[in-house]
Design a protein around this ligand. Structure first.
Ligand SMILES: [Zn+2]
Length: 465
């Protein structure tokens, strides 16, 4: 992990947030290469799930929503973690996580009474922690306050006049922006069930224990789909299996993440939200252990639309044009974390290779369509800059391209390897006569002489094969 964090900083993928002011805990800024990489991932996701399908549409809803949304969704009442303070050293911990850590370390099946993860009653958590003498990880004492529930939504006020004292929240998930627009989308697109609405956007959760680089942050980007269907026409198990397949297809085939480092994980009964009938995650083998990349499918029944119907007083039903049945559609939710997927792509691409003469090269083996830059144009000597720059300007209309003139050609190759550029084009003296360049491939380091007029065909054949 340290190697990736260091490479990200050194080459401009990801920097610590607001670094010149000493940073802000657990915030990260994507640099030029990281921003491009994440954009490429989001673009491929949008193409795969929205543009290339007949049964999907996309929206881009506001981050700030009418606060009643969060009452309807249950976030105001129950989107919280049980926090307790160590009376000895004042550190703050999640009570349910301490229990889980203790159980894991002691290989014990014991749990508090009424155990329901973060929803376990505070008294039962405290009794258990005291009984088992579970100690503060910082000071080693067992001297805890009773857990208090701490809502994870970021609260703020809107405008100059505080509207009826109501708090505005930064959305904790993008999904609700889709549910509140269900009626609008249905009426304007005339979609027939089953169909899905997709959205990419930022969400915010005031987590007490973020960490592991960009894996868990308080501000993050989601790529979510709400797929609406009639459970009488399409059994939920079938819709569920299809989305598991499609989600895995995106991660493994479209993004090219190594299948050996991926697995499905079904949620246990006590992990499921009260309205959910089943959830399966796709996990990646991170250096710190298996971690969720996406919920390949979460079956939310008709819970969300029914809740919004109740709180808004608006009809959110569907009229089946063939049977005239009027009902509330059920929904399957595949939900991806863009930052986590980007982190997995970075980790999966990282390779160290032993070369001759005790030399190692670091190479980021991104799938070529994902690489921040597709091509680097490298003039062999400065005398050739004018012609090489002209070639760059021709190619940059069709490819993400970097033009690099400084340092020896060997050093420039190493740099492009480290940022994962699939093709380096070296413009040398012979190029002036034969109108060709040397193309070096990132993974094999093989070099070929290719005529400039044939470059596009050559590169496209490697990019889209
Ligand atoms: Zn302590």
């Amino acid at each position: 992990m340290d190697k990736i964090i260091s490479l990200c900083k050194r080459r401009g993928f990801i920097y610590p947030g607001s670094e010149i002011y000493g940073g802000l805990a657990n915030t990260w800024d994507y640099g030029p290469l990281g921003a491009q990489l994440k954009k490429n991932i989001k673009d491929l996701w949008w193409k795969t799930f929205v543009e290339h399908r007949l049964d999907m549409v996309g929206i881009d809803a506001a981050i700030l929503m009418n606060p009643t949304t969060w009452e309807a969704s249950g976030h105001v009442a129950s989107f919280s973690d049980p926090l307790m303070d160590c009376k000895s050293c004042k550190s703050r911990e999640r009570a349910d996580k301490l229990v889980e850590k203790w159980a894991h370390e002691n290989n014990s099946a014991d749990r508090p009474r009424h155990w329901a993860g973060e929803k376990t009653p505070a008294r039962d958590l405290l009794d258990f922690i005291t009984e088992k003498n579970i100690k503060c990880p910082l000071c080693g004492k067992c001297n805890w306050t009773e857990p208090k529930s701490f809502n994870l939504m970021f609260k703020t006020k809107q405008g100059v006049i505080e509207e009826e004292g109501k708090d505005i929240y930064l959305r904790p998930e993008t999904a609700q922006g889709i549910f509140v627009n269900f009626k609008n989308v249905l009426e304007t697109t005339r979609k027939k069930l089953p169909f899905g609405i997709a959205q990419i956007g930022k969400a915010f959760r005031n987590e007490i224990t973020p960490g592991n680089f960009t894996f868990r942050t308080r501000e993050f980007e989601q790529m979510e789909i709400e797929y609406f269907f009639d459970p009488d026409q399409s059994p939920w198990q079938e819709v569920f299996e299809q989305w598991k397949k499609d989600s895995m297809g995106f991660i493994a085939d479209v993004l090219g993440i190594n299948k050996q480092a991926l697995r499905f994980r079904d949620h246990e009964k006590d992990e499921l939200s009260h309205y959910s009938k089943g959830t399966t995650d796709i996990e990646y083998k991170f250096p710190f252990g298996w971690g969720e990349l996406c919920a390949a499918g979460a079956y939310r029944t008709d819970y969300d639309l029914k809740q919004h119907e109740k709180y808004s007083g608006q009809k959110l039903t569907y009229l089946d044009p063939f049977t005239n049945k009027i009902f509330t559609p059920h929904v399957m939710e595949p939900s991806f974390g863009a930052d986590r997927v980007a982190l997995a792509v970075l980790l999966d691409a990282y390779h160290e290779e032993q070369l001759e003469k005790d030399e190692t090269r670091i190479v980021m083996k991104f799938k070529p369509q994902l690489a921040p830059n597709t091509i680097a144009v490298l003039p062999l000597v400065n005398k050739l800059n004018e012609q090489a720059e002209k070639l760059s300007l021709d190619l940059i209309k069709n490819y993400r391209l970097e033009y690099d003139t400084s340092g020896s050609i060997g050093k420039r190759y190493r740099r492009q390897d480290e940022i994962g550029t699939p093709f380096c084009l070296t413009f040398d003296y012979d190029s002036l006569d034969d109108n060709a360049v040397t193309v070096r491939q990132r993974d094999s380091m093989a070099q070929e002489r290719i005529n400039i007029s044939a470059l596009t065909t050559y590169i496209d054949s490697k990019l889209y094969n």
